[in-house]
Design a protein around this ligand. Structure first.
Ligand SMILES: Nc1nc2c(ncn2[C@@H]2O[C@H](COP(=O)(O)OP(=O)(O)OP(=O)(O)O)[C@@H](O)[C@H]2O)c(=O)[nH]1
Ligand SMILES: [Mg+2]
Length: 297
């Protein structure tokens, strides 16, 4: 798992200095928010909840047109990039998002452009999803570069499928068998599936395609064919899993996520102050809520 280097949860820096409630945010970051009010204050549960939200993992909303691989991308971010919370867009809860990750299926269409333009510029990341389906990774990079040129934004190629790869011992045995028999992944999937459709071999090939698709199978067979049998580190299922995940491009998202973090932190502060303002408006320990908002302790 790639750890995204964030300073999330540390003392507020930069954006907080001109903020009258900087002390409030520093307390939230340190997990001491509820200690700012008395044990019996009705503000306490509100501060506890607001503090949990402020300190919680970054919330990444995965968007894109239907079918582009949003669920798989969200799973890849959750499983490979620690400690992120990724989910699919829910129009009912737009405030739940810290960072937007938009998945392009290929060159951007008008609908993609409009959707991307509507996202906050300082907290959006655009990826070319299903990057493995372009055959060669270099081709995916070219398509991503062309999309980046058209959008005027960076676009990173990512294969969420490979990021989620988990090669089982059975699959490894099958791949080893195929490699020893000289099987190579043809460029047309139809040729790979040109075995009797009622056979176990057909079902195995379909399942392998579902898990690793053409690119993943091709990479695995190439690595197995090139593997040195005397290598002290054997190419086993865990090793192949790691290689596939590394090849997915998911790790390249760590830097842009980290770059979005200060803006995400700022908006979480806005959300936190909003919770206190709501409490004050509802007359929940109003004096204390207002003194916390004004920065006096
Ligand atoms: N080869 C390949 N296939 C992928 C990748 N990501 C997703 N898929 C496949 O694309 C199909 C759709 O993926 P989902 O993640 O369900 O996409 P979605 O956008 O959530 O789809 P809907 O909810 O139906 O709109 C599934 O069969 C996935 O296995 C990828 O990176 N590479
Ligand atoms: Mg889905």
């Amino acid at each position: 798992m790639t750890s995204v280097t964030t300073t999330w949860g540390c003392a507020v820096q930069g954006m907080g200095t001109a903020d009258p409630a900087a002390a409030l945010l520093a307390s939230a970051a340190a997990g001491r928010l509820s200690s700012l009010v008395g044990a019996t204050s009705p503000l306490r549960p509100i501060l506890e909840e607001a503090g949990r939200r402020y300190r919680g993992p970054l919330r990444i909303e995965v968007g894109g047109r239907p079918g582009v691989g949003r669920d798989t991308m969200a799973r890849a971010v959750r499983e490979r990039l620690s400690p992120m919370h990724a989910f699919i867009a829910d129009p009912a809860r737009p405030e739940d998002t810290d960072i937007w990750l938009y998945v392009l299926p290929g060159p951007p269409r008008a609908a993609d452009r409009d959707a991307i333009a509507a996202l906050p510029a300082d907290r959006r990341i655009v990826v070319l999803g299903r990057a493995d389906t372009h055959g060669e990774w270099a081709v995916a990079q070219e398509v991503a570069a062309e999309a980046a040129h058209r959008l005027g934004l960076p676009v990173l190629p990512v294969s969420a499928l490979l990021a989620c790869a988990e090669v089982t011992a059975d699959e490894m045995a099958t791949l080893g068998c195929w490699a020893r028999s000289g099987l190579v992944m043809p460029s047309m999937v139809g040729q790979f599936l040109a075995v009797p459709t009622e056979s176990a071999e057909y079902r195995t090939r379909v399942a392998m395609l579902r898990h690793l698709d053409q690119y993943g199978i091709d990479l695995a067979l190439t690595l197995l064919a090139d593997a040195d049998p005397d290598d002290p580190v054997p190419l086993d299922a865990p090793t192949l899993t790691r290689v596939l995940r590394r090849a997915s491009g998911i790790g390249a998202l760590a830097a842009p996520i980290t770059a979005c973090e200060p803006a995400a932190r700022y908006w979480r502060g806005v959300e936190l102050r909003g919770a206190l303002e709501d409490a004050a408006a509802a007359d929940v320990d109003r004096d204390r809520a207002e003194s916390l908002l004004s920065g006096s302790r």
